[in-house]
Design a protein around this ligand. Structure first.
Ligand code: PIT
Length: 432
């Protein structure tokens, strides 16, 4: 984030009541040595914990209760409510600007580092109970390990007993589908441009042994509003380590919490059949999701689209989708083959991220494919889907399984670029 390194240094931190745990650095090095692989961890991510005996706590600033914000203050300053959720020691370091996203146990805000003036996104996670703590540590462990141009970068972490604050690079370019809609034209080569970046990010993650498990268009953000922006994979809330590649906290298909999260509250349209069948999962689940995303990107509609969950699940388990209707008659055979190789029922037969990056459709950047403008059909299909969803569930703009969601809320303005050193051999660098 920021124009140089995105690194936020401890800046005489001990004095101000922080300390950076050396443990995190040691751990990262150890993991790297064990894996012996090419992908290097993010050396900048630094874990901070509040000292229990620090000056701030003596001053009574360490309590984690959210102070109620008086109505008058709320009217005067609409940001006051979520600002109050931030520990005073965070607000001493960062100026909280605006809420840019929210989940059940999390908020994402745009913030500015007070000293450097660099913009960041801060994700606040409410940690409840042992399970919540474990899930949060898993997310943290993964974020601290990753370092790739197409993966969100973690700058620093602040932990208190019931909250975790992730300081992340600020992506200001909007979501993938927002950009598709905002453009006047959309051709296959535009889709391949985006997909190369997602596949590069996935290739890096999978080489590292990380499965994202929640890949969907809302979690794909452009770093800046320019045409040449890189696309970034975000939201590692459900990510886990692949059983095969590591002995760290692995993915269990039957983890009931994850299951409920994904199927009851989440977006089951992207679930791979092996997840629904509760079979062992692998990085192939992300590749299935990439197939769903590609289908959406080229048509504005979902490959598996049913109002009823049982019908939806049946369709996924049978791999029942088609290329009927608009704009599929204008889409190339190569593009359809790319989707077919991802929406393959047997995870062992499905393309890997490496295979995807070698697929002729991506390699040629659709040069020999259809050059038709798909924009009108895609926008119409997306719009139709959204209005069907809101009439089905008017109270919720992100009702489970009801629409191809696009994140709502204020979009941050353009931020400076992060000079990123891409260390992955999987990457095909085409954007800044
Ligand atoms: C941004 C802008 C934005 C959202 C995010 C970052 C969120 C990032 C994120 C969320 C996670 C996670 C990692 C990163 O595990 O609108 O710069 O849940």
């Amino acid at each position: 984030m920021g124009s140089s390194s995105g690194k936020v240094l401890p800046e005489s931190s001990a004095k101000s009541g922080y300390f950076c745990t050396i443990k995190s650095v040691v751990e990262l090095r150890k993991v790297k040595k064990l894996d012996g692989e090419r992908c290097k961890p993010n050396p900048h991510a630094c874990l901070w914990r509040w000292r229990s005996d620090n000056r701030a706590s003596k001053e009574g600033n360490s309590k984690e209760v959210t102070e109620p914000v008086p109505l008058e203050e709320r009217l005067r300053n609409p940001n006051a409510k979520f600002r109050a959720k931030f520990d005073p020691r965070i607000t001493a370091r960062y100026d909280i600007k605006a809420l840019i996203g929210r989940g059940s146990f999390s908020r994402v805000v745009r913030a500015e580092h007070r000293r450097t003036r660099k913009p960041f996104a801060i994700k606040l996670l409410e940690v409840r109970g042992r399970e919540g703590h474990e899930a949060c540590q898993a997310e943290l462990g993964i974020l601290r390990r990753v370092n790739h141009a197409n993966i969100i970068r973690l700058a620093e972490v602040f932990e208190t007993p019931h909250r975790v604050y992730l300081v992340l690079e600020l992506a200001t370019g909007g979501e993938l589908l927002e950009r598709v809609v905002a453009r006047g034209t959309f051709r296959e080569c535009d889709a391949t441009r985006a997909l190369v970046m997602v596949a590069s990010g996935l290739c890096y993650l999978h080489t590292l042994g990380v499965i994202h498990r929640d890949l969907k268009p809302e979690n794909l953000l452009y770093y800046h509003p320019g045409q040449d922006s890189r696309l970034i994979i975000t939201d590692f809330g459900l990510a886990c380590w692949d059983n095969k590649s590591s002995d760290r906290k692995e993915c269990k298909t039957s983890e009931t919490k994850d299951w409920a999260l994904r199927t009851l509250c989440g977006t089951p349209e992207y679930l791979a059949p092996e997840m629904l069948a509760r079979r062992p999962i692998s990085s192939a689940v992300d590749m299935w999701a990439l197939g769903v995303i590609t289908y959406i990107l080229l048509s504005g509609s979902l490959p598996f689209d049913h109002n009823s969950r049982p019908r939806l699940f049946r369709a996924i388990l049978r791999g029942n989708y088609s290329f009927h209707g608009n704009p599929w008659n204008s889409v190339s055979t190569l593009a359809k083959s790319f989707i077919e190789r991802l929406l393959t029922l047997d995870p062992n037969d499905r393309m890997t991220a490496e295979d995807a990056l070698k697929h002729p459709w991506l390699v040629s950047m659709a040069a020999s494919s259809s050059n038709k403008n798909l924009h009108r059909s895609i926008s119409r299909n997306l719009q139709q889907r959204a209005s069907q969803a809101s009439s089905r569930c008017p109270s919720s703009s992100s009702a489970p399984g009801s629409k191809i969601a696009m994140r709502s809320g204020s979009r941050p303005g353009s931020g400076p670029r992060l000079g990123v050193g891409d260390r992955s051999q999987c990457s095909l660098k085409i954007a800044t």
